[in-house]
Design a protein around this ligand. Structure first.
Ligand code: ZN
Length: 364
């Protein structure tokens, strides 16, 4: 709950959202809307920032403790659908919240909101399964994780850039390809932490470039991708393909919704490349994998050689279709060879993704 005190006339809590307001604090209008209408007491008990629908911008609304309110002169209880929850049948004191034509009590409104949000995150999760299957099946994939030390402060109190970086890289089988501790601070750096990082970047670059050049690099976050691309370029290498980072995908795959019905937008950091691979494999092996992709679970990881045999023109057309679908894993120009078993026919080998699922963000 985010609250701040305001000074006059007496300090009262200021709520940033209706969700933060205790249920016994109501505005003057809300007092009048009760099924047995009441008049608010004189003492201000709080304020809430909320959107004024008429004026379309956030405004502070005064809140009063309904327990200190007094009955109005009205005698009749309002008896209408506006005070009955259509979901659970509760007879509410305050008018039900109508959403999509259904009036709900606060509990049912929250359940509906959570369910609606969960339906959205479930869809997002399905998209990440497709990505993970493509990434794990692609022999070119490499997971790279950068771990920076805590930044020290200079004499002026400002934080120095990180003194070094620990780089780990692993392939889809979880094999460690790289484990380097590289100094980023200059040779004359005053940073006391620099002593922990003896190996300068330019000495580590050749190995970094040799291991990562031309491969499909999967980092944890966009900042790591950017740093890596810079180092590979500095070392004279070329980046094969660089994604925007896996963190957003993991958040989407976890597809958590909090108890308020909001999609959770953070997740814990895996901390190492091999743990990123474990996570990707777990995403790929998720039981929600559609039936048509289940074959992948039984097959070995990596690309699969499919041999098309028959009429040359038909084989080339089939290859073009597979390529268009994104199923072709190693995309070289088709090279049919005469099929020794059938005169006049050809054999056209094509490396395919075993799960048949293209990477939606991979190279065309
Ligand atoms: Zn209800």
């Amino acid at each position: 709950m985010t609250t701040e005190e305001i000074a006059s006339p007496a300090p009262v809590p200021v709520y940033q959202d209706w969700d933060d307001v205790p249920e016994y604090l109501l505005t003057q209008t809300q007092h009048a809307e009760l099924d047995l209408p009441r008049k608010p007491c004189q003492t201000l008990a709080g304020r809430v920032w909320a959107k004024d629908w008429a004026r379309r911008h956030a405004e502070l609304f005064d809140l009063y403790d309904v327990r200190a309110s007094t009955p109005t002169r009205s005698t009749a209880s309002r008896s209408s659908d506006a005070y009955v929850c259509a979901e659970c049948g509760a007879r509410t004191e305050r008018p039900v919240k109508v959403r999509d034509g259904v009036g709900r009590c606060p509990a049912c409104a929250r359940v509906a909101r959570i369910a609606a949000e969960q339906a959205g995150t479930r869809e997002a999760r399905a998209r990440q399964l497709v990505w993970a299957r493509g990434a794990v099946a692609d022999p070119a994939s490499v997971w790279v994780y950068l771990e920076y030390p805590e930044r020290t402060r200079g004499p002026n109190g400002r934080r120095r850039p990180p003194a070094g970086v620990a780089i780990t890289a692993a392939d889809a089988a979880g094999r460690r390809l790289l484990r380097e501790r590289v100094r980023l601070a200059g040779p004359r750096s005053q940073d006391p932490a620099a002593a922990d990082w003896p190996v300068p970047l330019d000495r580590a670059l050749p190995k970094l470039v040799r291991t990562l050049q031309g491969r499909k690099l999967i980092t944890w976050c966009p900042e790591h991708a950017q740093a890596l691309a810079g180092w590979i370029a500095d070392g004279g290498g070329e980046v094969g393909w660089l994604g925007s980072g896996m963190r957003e995908r993991v958040v989407a795959w976890r597809s958590l919704v909090d108890v308020r019905g909001r999609a959770v937008s953070t997740c814990l950091d895996p901390g190492r490349a091999d743990r990123m691979v474990s996570l990707a494999v777990r995403m790929a092996e998720d039981r929600e994998v559609p039936a048509d992709a289940r074959a992948w679970l039984a097959s070995a990881r990596g690309a699969m050689l499919v041999d098309i045999r028959g009429d040359e023109a038909a084989a080339l057309r089939l290859h073009a279709m597979l390529r268009m679908l994104g199923v072709v894993a190693v995309d070289t120009d088709p090279s049919p060879v005469p099929d020794p078993a059938v005169p006049g026919a050809v054999s056209l080998p094509v490396w395919c993704r075993p799960d048949g699922m293209p990477d939606p963000e991979g190279p065309a």
